[in-house]
Ligand binder design. Structure first.
Ligand code: FMN
Length: 191
């Protein structure tokens, strides 16, 4: 039991947002990606709606994802705000990663409110993030406005929404600091 707590605590405390510019290009095996996805399925889910769905991008599909993101950025950005540099950064982000997982949430309005589906899907993503950390895989949840225009590309149905992209890659960088206010500033006890 004490060992479990030590291991869990170490993984939770080592989880960080590790972004594509920090990745070293080493491939993540399909087996490891599958383990990361399996952990999502253990998240809590009200009325067992299991709202999380995932689309995994690897290999050439990463290039197609980057191109689609850049295309959407061009479409939704007014000319005076458009930046070629930003467009290039958007296009290159996915191909710099070893894999990207589109995070999709499915609503079930007759069963639970949408916020509960977001919460359950976020819990699933945290499971994936912790499992990635345990495998030494760097990961990060990205949520630019572009994700709300990915429905057709991801072939989502009417009840599904993309709520982020989970970028993954191995990295050689030192763990960035965890910047947080002390937890006691967020807690009130009532006895
Ligand atoms: C729902 C959600 C969406 C996020 N979207 C972005 C994003 O679009 N861009 C970004 O740089 N980080 C994003 N992040 C990551 C946060 O910036 C990151 O968690 C925060 O800076 C703390 O760093 P840490 O994850 O290393 O502890 C997101 C995190 C969450 C939970």
């Amino acid at each position: 039991m004490k060992e479990d707590i030590d291991v869990l605590r170490r993984i939770v405390e080592r989880r960080r947002s590790i972004t594509p510019t920090m990745y070293n290009g080493r491939e993540i095996s399909v087996e490891t990606i599958e383990k990361i996805l399996e952990s999502a399925n253990f998240a809590p889910t009200h009325k067992l709606t299991q709202p999380w769905h995932f689309v995994v991008f690897k290999g050439d599909a990463l290039v197609r994802l980057g191109e689609e993101m850049a295309r959407i950025y061009r479409n939704i950005t007014p000319d005076e705000k458009f930046s070629e540099r930003k467009s290039g950064d958007i296009r290159n982000k996915a191909p710099r990663s070893s894999a990207v997982i589109a995070i999709v949430m499915e609503v079930h309005p007759h069963l639970v409110p949408e916020w509960e589906e977001v919460a359950a899907t976020a819990a699933a993503v945290e499971n994936m993030w912790l499992t990635a950390t345990a495998y030494g895989v760097g990961a990060y949840w990205s949520s630019p406005a572009i994700i709300h225009h990915l429905g057709d590309f991801l072939e989502l149905n009417e009840a599904q929404r993309c709520i982020g992209l989970f970028y993954m890659g191995y990295s050689d960088i030192e763990l960035p600091p965890c910047k947080r206010e002390e937890i006691k500033t967020k807690v009130r006890w009532m006895e």
